[in-house]
Design a protein around this ligand. Sequence first.
Ligand code: XMP
Length: 516
Amino acid sequence: MTGSQPVPSQRILVLDCGAQYSQLIARKVREQQVYAEIVPCDLPAAEIARRQPAGLILSGGPASVYEDGAPACDPGIWQLGVPVLGICYGLQLLAHQLGGEVRGGGRREYGAAALTWQTPSPLSGDLPPTMDCWMSHGDAVQRLPAGFAVLATTASCGVAAAGDVARRLYGVQFHPEVTHTPQGSQLLANFVHQVCGCDASWTMGNFVERAVAGIRAQVGTGRVLCALSGGVDSAVMAALVHRAIGQQLTCVFVDHGLLRAGERDDVERAFGGYAGLELIVVDATERFMTALAGVDDPERKRKIIGAEFINTFRDAQRQAGEFGFLAQGTIYPDVIESGSSKAATIKSHHNVGGLPAELGFELVEPLRLLFKDEVRRVGEELGLPTSLVWRQPFPGPGLAVRVLGDLTAERIRMVRESDAILRAEVAAAGLERQISQYFTVLAPVRSVGVMGDARTYAHPIIIRAVVTDDFMTARPARLPHELLERIATRIVNEVRGINRCLFDYSSKPPATIEWE
Ligand code: XMP
């Protein structure tokens, strides 16, 4: 049970028709300071009505409305009197379900298009008469249902936007949620504010207030335990829970010996000043190193680290006493992703900041509704140091998945030291916020080099630096050559055991961000 999430009174439901962009739609709505939540597109109309949404957005999707098993909404939603915006497939579904016609198997239209508004409506509001938009569709609406008018066209799309203003039902064939539609955010703002009548009240200041009240109501006088991982989510969660219940909170930070340089100090410094917060730091390096000795299979490493983390945490819990609640830094993408059972297991992500409820606690998960950027803004609201709030993600298994092959103290040292050099140089170049994630990886091969007058036979270090919005896909970051050269020179000169430096130019997919 997780009863501490503050639920805002006004909300938009995004009905997910299988789009890769559903999360983006919800995030873009929230940027308009309106709370949006993603639900399956076939959620029964009665359940939708029970949640009292101010508006519905039907997402895009890869299907055609005529395909067997194509995603469909409960037709009852059209009788709810709730405003609807269909996006791409969402527009086609709206047309199909309300008696219009969709043309299948047409020529795919993919890319930028110039759109012209034909008929004014609250959806276009003060948008310019022509604007760029991003198209990505095969099917298109051929005939609109009764009561609908064409609102906008492009050269190749006769129904680029349509609406029944009286019933507050709208649809767009393009994607207002992507940055390639420069006025897309304004269109979404028009929908949520002008059409649905939502206030701009989803702010992180309001969130903190509601979350604090929610945590107090859930926990009462109980004691709460939480695991700090050094990552953003668990740090913000702990600061928030501390704001709510002060000394009823105890934090455990497990140093598994696989942390980045300075990580433990950062956490101790950030939470040292929190009045009444008990911070238990467990040095479990030996325990983890013993369990991992001789293991080079990536999945086994991950499993062992997950299991050892729970054992260590359990020991700390026994020493710290009786706790009824466990606070976790679960965030909204974790919730959405764990709802999908279709994805193949590429890696078992052991979020070692999170622990299973089977440990016998009631869960407190105050960030469950938030996207990562919102979590960072809550961190800033709570006064956490910028270095902690804006740090790049770090995997639960730590440096273990960046040391390919055997895990020895010596090999972990090479990754830790080279990572510290990379981070220092990226910071000095002022590029920290431009690169989503950057780190070094130790390859289990050796090559010949020359240092001074002597031959070396040592390992290469690989630099991985990527740019991504959601970590599901990523492309290599474009770093200046001088910077790369400086980093390579420093790593080879300063890190014992390294004689070459390589840069990983692969995208995800087909590679992943981490190497294991
Ligand atoms: P991949 O390597 O799958 O990583 O492209 C995507 C993002 O997830 C992080 N990552 C993890 N985070 N536990 C975590 O908490 C894990 O086991 C784990 N494995 C990968 C990775 O650093 C990247 O940000």
